[in-house]
Design a protein around this ligand. Structure first.
Ligand SMILES: [Zn+2]
Length: 412
């Protein structure tokens, strides 16, 4: 008996693959490789001959073309095997709630964890579906094991059904997406694909081809130290300057707490220091890359004003590019997103184009030469104990990919 996408999913979520943000190794936690190994073995047992799991925990595999069209491009499907460190991923006990009836779902291992349609309105659309949750003590790991299960099920379908004509398909599983390092050791030459899709989106029909553009800013304020007993008119305390700076940032706009949709923000992520020197780190986000420089000069002006009020103090201002809006790449090859939309329509799904208020591996992959929008998996309530996924959504993602490879097969 072949596995269903549900059976695959239930198996994968029970393997602990939490990423570790404090680690300097790659992958950040070696347990992620437990899942890589299992996936590589399963791909081999499907009869795929070039399966490779490398030292970093990436898994690469090819489903060869069965098409007469020699120009059919190589398409990559990619998911990440790690789960978010925000919430425990140890001893995940998945529960299938058959034919969800619309009531609140109280998780048995912690009855304070209640998944309700008030907090999760999407659930209202899922009445009648089979909903999988964790048991209350851990996250579920649908982010992104739903994507992994969908791609594995696609592989099974493509190997066993000769009626589905497709060009070369590359499968890629990556570690450490959740700590922002998912493509760090990726070998693009080895991957050798023309276009790709990450399977890491949320609600049914979700298709995302736009992410934030992102910079990091590090501002170091330098004060003047003196013995506190004899500091009159000498000491300038860098801690106080840094605090003034943070306090001068707008509070009703321009921050994550007050923005949504296409609004960008600046967001202080850490502050540390002492009398002599204090550093504030910020992340800068907007869908328009040109806005980042605007935000940065505004920040620099605020720092200038604060320092001007404290004669003798100085500051340094450092900008680091993090990632860019993948739309800048994808708008040059609009058919990549259009084909995904067509595939959904053929599978009877209403597409929901959306923008990502964040970055994905797809944003980085797009700039590394693999234009790569993001497709839904059904994963919802991610990074929390209230994470859930609909089995039917996962199945419809498989149906979408089955249509998508056939659309690409005709591409010249
Ligand atoms: Zn994810």
């Amino acid at each position: 008996m072949p596995y269903t996408v549900e059976e695959r999913f239930l198996k994968y979520v029970q393997i602990d693959t939490s990423a570790d943000p404090n680690s300097t190794t790659f992958p950040s936690s070696s347990k992620q490789k437990d899942l890589s190994k299992l996936l590589a073995d399963e791909l081999r047992s499907l009869g795929i001959i070039d399966v490779e799991m490398d030292q970093w925990g990436y898994v690469y595999a090819t489903i060869p073309s069965n098409s007469a069209n020699e120009n059919a491009p190589t398409i990559c499907f990619c998911s990440h095997i790690d789960t978010a460190p925000d919430c425990s991923g140890t001893n995940v006990k998945p529960i299938v709630h058959r034919k969800y009836n619309g009531n609140d779902i109280v998780l048995p291992d912690d009855n304070k964890q209640i998944i309700s349609t008030t907090n999760h309105p999407y659930l209202k659309e899922k009445i009648g579906d089979d909903i999988i949750t964790a048991s209350g003590k851990t996250l579920l790991g649908a982010d992104d094991k739903a994507g992994v299960a969908i791609i594995m099920d696609l592989a099974y379908q493509l190997i066993h059904r000769s009626d589905i004509k497709h060009g070369p398909i590359r499968i890629l599983f990556t570690p450490d997406e959740e700590v922002g390092r998912g493509v760090e050791q990726l070998d693009m030459k080895k991957l050798n694909a023309h276009y790709g899709y990450t399977l890491d989106g949320g609600p049914l029909g979700d298709i995302e081809d736009e992410s934030f553009s992102a910079d990091a800013v590090k501002i170091t304020f330098n004060g003047i130290s003196a013995h506190p007993g004899y500091a009159k008119n000498k000491m300038i305390n860098a801690i106080k300057i840094a605090a003034d700076f943070v306090n001068a940032l707008p509070k009703d706009e321009w921050c994550p707490e007050k923005t949504e949709g296409r609004e960008g923000f600046v967001h202080p992520t850490s502050i540390d220091g002492n009398l002599e020197s204090a550093t504030v780190q910020l992340i800068i986000r907007d869908h328009l890359t040109t806005k980042l420089a605007e935000y940065e000069s505004k920040l620099e002006r605020i720092a200038n004003t604060i320092v001007a009020n404290n004669p003798g103090a100085t500051f340094t201002f450092e900008v680091t590019e993090q990632y860019r809006n993948m739309k800048e790449v994808l708008s040059k090859v609009p058919f990549v997103t259009e084909y995904a939309i067509q595939a959904m329509e053929r599978a009877g799904i209403q597409p929901r184009p959306a923008i990502i208020r964040g970055g994905t591996d797809g944003s980085r992959l797009s700039f590394m030469g693999l234009p790569c929008p993001n497709i839904f998996t059904g994963e919802m309530g991610i990074h929390s104990k209230q994470e859930y996924v609909s089995v039917q959504d996962m199945q419809k993602a498989v149906d979408t990919l089955v249509e998508l490879v056939q659309i690409w097969e005709k591409h010249t």
